[in-house]
Design a protein. Sequence first.
Length: 440
Amino acid sequence: MGDDHAVPGASELGQEMYQLVTELYPICRSITGDGVRRTLELVGRHVPLETFEVPSGTQVFDWTVPKEWNIADAWVKDPRGERVIDFGESNLHVVSYSTPVRMTVSLAELGEHLFTLPEHPEWIPYRTSYYREDWGFCMSEDRRSRLKDEDYEVCIDASLEAGHLTYAECFLPGRSEEEFLVSCHVCHPSLANDNLSGIAVASFLARHLSRLDLRYSYRFLFIPGTIGSITWLAHNETAAARTAHGLVVAGVGDPGPFTYKRSRQGSAEVDRAMCHVLEHSGSPHQVADFSPYGYDERQFCSPGFDLPVGRFSRSPHGEYPEYHTSDDDLDLVRPEHLAESFIQLLAAVELVEHNGTYANTNPKCEPQLGRRGLYKAVGGQADQEAMQLALLWVLNQSDGSRSLLDIAERSGLVFGTVRRAADALAEHGLLEETSPASQR
Ligand code: ZN
């Protein structure tokens, strides 16, 4: 696609991704449990998935796979039997990983287990207690302020027992054993942008790529945050070492500008590819340096792995008011935002797929391009000038040491134009590929 912004079918694709977000939205996910399994089942309708079950108690580097958590129902009732909090209305009402509980408490005791968001009094916050056994409820400040000073019956019908951590991979073999890793988290309950947008875009990117002849092999991970990437890395050091490029995809359905966070390496090919794509996207965007905070790039970029894995998002986590609240819902995420995110990711993938290095076969002075019909060989009127420049840049820079991305960066031309120029020159025998981008 290169500099062609329009992707055929992008709006239908946006609708399909949004449909998946809608289907996944009601499911109560956590870092383990049936919510993750159900989510992977639904994703598996779109792409071939292999699902893995890792037993609780498994040691993974400095961590231990936790007990499995499942929940059937939860509520708080006032003395008249009225549910003042009801899990059935929103799964955010229960602190994720709450231990089972059934007792009667005073408002003061209940208050020690209640979380609200006073700055957004109508929203329910999202809270977890994965690694400290406790129970709790989340509710809107508005409703909490109406609770009377009386006794409440609390019930969390949940189980926290030895079980499994569930994750899935979609592996797409390419011509090379070198891999492109795409990772998204599947551990949040009814939050649309934080986790469901990433799942949807990753799934449809995998589906799209599964129909293509690929240079790299692609490994899509659908994993619970933190413990999932740690578990995967602990069990897949060999596969991890084959990672040539990688992206964590998270928070890609909101209206915010695109945000790319560099890998720990800082200027890995995937970092340069994403930056190039965003620079030429014509859309508002920002590029952030690596920091050891955020999503699973923290684990992929830990010094013992130091993988070239960056993160692609729209609004960064924690920097939009709806983040980790009930307002991260099906209104925040829109089909067109999902589609735009898909387009940027696909452009970066296509860039690394075609980022070959060439040698000019006629390096002493310029070859005569007019005689070969190359000046008008490719492109429409609009990019004729860019194409002519690209032909000269590619011929000049291709000495076997500079990739097409190097040339795009140095010339200021968009990668797609540079690539088309290289293809045209190669067809006329004026270029020879020295490091294979496309062993066709
Ligand atoms: Zn989150």
